[in-house]
Design a protein around this ligand. Sequence first.
Ligand SMILES: [Zn+2]
Length: 58
Amino acid sequence: MFKLACGDVMPGCAARFEHADRDQLLAQVAGHAAETHGITDITPPVLALVESKLAFVA
Ligand SMILES: [Zn+2]
């Protein structure tokens, strides 16, 4: 299971995501970022930051 706490990337956000598929998780996060944070352009630095916060829990 891949897990991400949005608060690790966007301080103060309580949203948490988990998905067995890494790409699906990133898609969920991208949707949340657009809706909640107004981030519609996931640039390589943003993606790298998000990926650095991804946790894999077997
Ligand atoms: Zn968030």
